[in-house]
Design a protein around this ligand. Structure first.
Ligand code: GLP
Length: 259
């Protein structure tokens, strides 16, 4: 794992958008694993502004709410449409979001896994982190070997996402269909982005704490090719900063991002 700390959220976002752009330019037929949440909005804005072509890309989103229609303003399909798909030349037929509106969720979950396998797996998976330590919607106690399935959301998560539902956590759906931790770990590269002081504690637990199903994001420690990009505020509780900064300052890969 590499931990890259940027001065502020804008710089962290810029680095992640640039990494994704580079991955797509290097492999135009990339299979992208995409994430939602407020943190990612600017990443997609900047990525779209690079003008890189998504014509040959396909994409798989981490998760979707259960119990709201696909075209609901708060669905993650709508989010992706708004923030990325409508702004780039991706073929919408090649974009996949778990079908939280399916009548048979188990079948939908299986079909999602099969589809990922059929395209040869995910090249690069973008991740955010929830305040309860989830990646995707893998709430505490999610098996580190879990696959796509439906999962009950924690009160913390429903509270964190209430802003999108008129500020009322009761209006946030109770369940979601999410890639499993095992599904996420199968991606060939992981890029986790977190910004702001609210993420400082959970970032320290995910990066430096024990690997535990209580913090599903800690499973990224098992991944051989994982980058964690944070701003100063989200890095505030990391113990190993001096070493992480030293690596960032010396690796040729990061030359273009150094001040
Ligand atoms: C939701 C998503 C997660 C995302 C998290 C972070 O819960 N299911 O995949 O990581 O939000 O959200 P934000 O960026 O708004 O803090």
């Amino acid at each position: 794992m590499e931990v890259i700390t940027r001065r502020d959220a804008d710089q962290a976002v810029e680095l992640v958008a640039r990494l994704l752009e580079m991955r797509i330019r290097a492999k135009p037929e990339s299979v992208l694993g995409l994430a939602t949440g407020r943190t990612m909005e600017k990443v997609y804005e900047q990525l779209a502004a690079t003008g890189v072509s998504f014509a040959k890309c396909s994409s798989f989103n981490l998760d979707e709410y259960i119990g709201i229609p696909t075209d609901d303003p708060n669905s993650y399909r709508t989010y992706m449409q708004e923030h990325l798909f409508s702004k780039v030349d991706i073929d919408v037929a090649n974009t996949f979001v778990p079908d939280g509106a399916a009548s048979d969720l188990k079948a939908a979950a299986r079909a999602y896994e099969d589809r990922i396998k059929a395209v040869g797996g995910i090249d690069v998976q973008l991740l955010g982190i929830g305040e309860a330590g989830h990646i995707g919607f893998n709430e505490p106690l999610s098996s580190l070997m879990s696959r796509t399935r439906d999962k009950a959301l924690t009160p913390t998560t429903r509270m964190q996402n209430a802003g999108m539902f008129g500020g009322d956590p009761e209006r946030v759906p109770k369940r979601a269909l999410t890639m499993g931790v095992g599904t996420i770990l199968d991606a060939r590269e992981l890029i986790l982005l977190a910004t702001g002081p609210a993420k400082a504690n959970i970032i320290a637990r995910a990066v430096e704490g024990p690997i535990t199903s209580m913090v599903s994001a800690s499973a990224i420690q098992l991944h051989p090719n994982c980058k964690v990009v944070v701003d100063e505020a989200a890095a505030a509780e990391l113990q190993g900063r001096a070493y992480y900064d030293f690596v960032f300052a010396n690796e040729p890969e990061w030359a273009e991002f150094r001040d």
